[in-house]
Design a protein around this ligand. Structure first.
Ligand SMILES: [Fe+2]
Length: 584
């Protein structure tokens, strides 16, 4: 990390670069300082005799909680409660250009008869009137309900849950993970179903938004909704895009039902960027400005702790969560610190460039942090909650003509080997990797040496499909049988949309691939396409159930590289629009 810049420097930089007009610098700096420091004082004032904000004081004519509520980053004694005030979410928020206090309440019951704490957060225009209330002094492993108030307006109610006590003996955990929710590609039916599950926690593994203009990135089954506004670049653009996604009722329901732990992938900024290097077609200087805007908007819209507030161009997103002694989750950031993709970021065989030991995916500091946690963990399971395909995956036309993704861990093989070698030396058999990015379900054994099927079994990787990205999909693709045959450690593929539900006990990790047969119209039912169990033995993954998905298309003509092609077509459309704009 290079987060050594102070918050004052960040605020100053933000003020100079991205703050919209009409707020004078002095009042902005004072307001932003209060955002960082005011919470505790206001909470104390509240507990000492109440705090009231009348409708007149708040001065809002329209309902400000149109983006719903969320909670996240739970700890045994604390959780973040999120909302963002916006009366006109898709057009800059519609809020007055001043700080506005927001009251919050957290209770043991959904009727708020047993309120355990109240407090007030002061929201500011500088952070899009977002609330990140870090509520402490809570009981471990406990369900709470929360809501916000401004004047007479009360938010929807959210439900959340703290983590079990550190090192507590925990019998089980049930959670879901999701990723990739291109708004135009389909309806968030999967989230509607997720909200009804009985979950302790949700992980989001990236591509929460997509940056494209309307109909630039088109699903194979067509786009059924449309991005508002062109390709996003400015802070206001990113805010409006987050707001468009967050206006979806099904997404709001899933946020309101469980605490979420989020991490980003590339599309929260731009397709396949690497550290400060953009995809193409823009200068590094332009891109750095863009990344600052994107990171800030991401922070503003996610239930993240203040420790993740952006500092200059950086943002601390990798972090660790202990679920009692059952699971040690390391949430990774594989975008902010990575070396540029090798081989021109094209599907390719390994080359001297892609195999160079100097290449890093996590950056030196984060990589060492992972190894330190793996080395000291006493947890039943060690989990990397992250973005990109970890296991080796040759999707070339034959074993002798290999092609790998240069954007996944295959493009950073030495970095992967530094983790697998460490795990092998520690004799680990409890390494679980959770993955998004590739818009399909996969399950794979993790071997000490992917080229040697008899090598030490370190654990398993569960790759979750997209919520919508890619469109309806099918049970399998034209290249599925070949890819499974030439990658023996990979045990499962499926191309419907949905999420993965995991049920974890000390000795067994079960993954249920929950899928919907279509997203191009609302109303699909959910079912479990397959369930896999990993039991810390040399047999690796076992399929324990499999089922045909009603109404699902069985086979598509798509192949793995089609996803890259869809992005390339989107990029060409963007480039043509850019040229057109220059000519005018
Ligand atoms: Fe994606």
């Amino acid at each position: 990390m290079t987060n050594d810049r102070s918050i004052e420097n960040w605020i100053q930089k933000l003020n100079e670069e991205t703050l919209h007009k009409g707020v004078d610098r002095r009042s902005f700096l004072q307001g932003a300082g209060k955002v960082a420091g005011i919470s505790l004082g206001m909470v104390m004032a509240q507990s000492m005799g109440g705090f009231s904000v009348s409708a007149e004081e708040a001065g809002l004519e329209d309902y400000p909680f149109l983006l719903g509520v969320a909670s996240g980053d739970p700890l045994p004694d604390s959780v973040v409660l999120w909302t963002r005030l916006a009366t006109d979410p898709l057009n800059g928020g519609g809020m007055p250009d001043r700080n506005i206090p927001v009251k919050w309440e957290i209770a043991k019951d959904e009727h708020f008869r047993h309120i355990v704490q109240r407090g007030t957060e002061v929201t500011s225009p500088a952070l899009a009137h977002s609330v990140h209330a870090e509520v402490g002094n809570l009981e471990a492993g406990t369900v709470y309900y929360y809501r916000f108030k401004v004047g007479k307006d009360v938010s929807p109610i959210g439900k959340t849950k703290t983590l079990p006590s550190l090192n507590a003996d925990v019998a089980s955990l049930t959670f879901a993970f999701a990723s990739c929710q291109q708004y135009e590609h389909g309806y968030y039916t999967a989230y509607k179903h997720m909200a009804k599950e009985d979950l302790d926690l949700v992980f989001h593994l990236g591509d929460y938004i997509y940056e494209y203009g309307p109909d630039e990135y088109v699903a194979s089954t067509g786009n059924v909704r449309h991005h508002k506004g062109p390709e996003i670049r400015s802070l206001e653009d990113y805010r409006n895009r987050h707001a468009q996604y967050r206006s979806d009722a099904d997404l709001q329901a899933a946020h309101a039902a469980f605490p979420w732990v989020v991490t980003w992938d590339d599309h929260e900024v731009e397709n396949n960027y690497a550290d400060m290097i953009p995809e193409k077609g823009q200068s590094v200087e332009e891109f750095v400005q863009r990344r600052v805007a994107a990171y800030q908007a991401y922070y503003e819209h996610m239930p993240l702790r203040r420790s993740s507030m952006p500092h200059g161009v950086d943002m601390q997103l990798y972090r660790q969560f202990s679920y009692g002694n059952l699971a040690n989750f390391m949430v990774l950031d594989s975008r902010q610190y990575r070396s540029d993709q090798a081989n021109g970021d094209k599907s390719s065989p390994q080359t001297e460039e892609s195999l160079h030991p100097s290449r890093t995916l996590l950056g030196g500091e984060q990589e060492q942090w992972v190894l330190d946690h793996l080395g000291t963990s006493n947890s039943s399971w060690n989990v990397l909650a992250q973005q990109i395909f970890f296991a080796k995956r040759n999707y070339g036309p034959s074993p002798d003509q290999p092609r790998y993704s240069m954007d996944g861990w295959d493009g950073y093989t030495p970095a992967r080997e530094r983790i697998t070698e460490f795990a092998r030396n520690e004799n680990m058999d409890n390494l679980i990797v959770l993955t998004g990015d590739v818009h399909a379900n996969w399950a794979s054994n993790i071997l000490a040496d992917f080229d040697d099927p008899s090598s030490h079994m370190l654990g398993a990787e569960f790759v979750g499909t997209s919520i919508t990205s890619g469109g309806n999909g099918a049970d399998k693709r034209a290249d599925t049988d070949r890819i499974l045959a030439q990658n023996e450690h990979i045990k499962f593929f499926n191309d419907y949309r949905g999420y993965v539900r995991c049920h974890v006990t000390p000795n067994e990790w079960r993954a249920d691939y929950r899928v919907v047969p279509f997203v191009s119209s609302p109303g699909a039912d959910i079912s479990t396409r397959a369930s896999f169990v990993y039991g810390k033995d040399s047999d690796g993954l076992k399929e324990v159930s499999t089922a045909t998905v009603p109404q699902g298309k069985q086979t598509s003509s798509e192949v793995e590289d089609d996803r890259h092609e869809a992005h390339n077509r989107a990029h060409k459309k963007q480039a043509q629009k850019g040229k057109h704009m220059q000519m005018n």
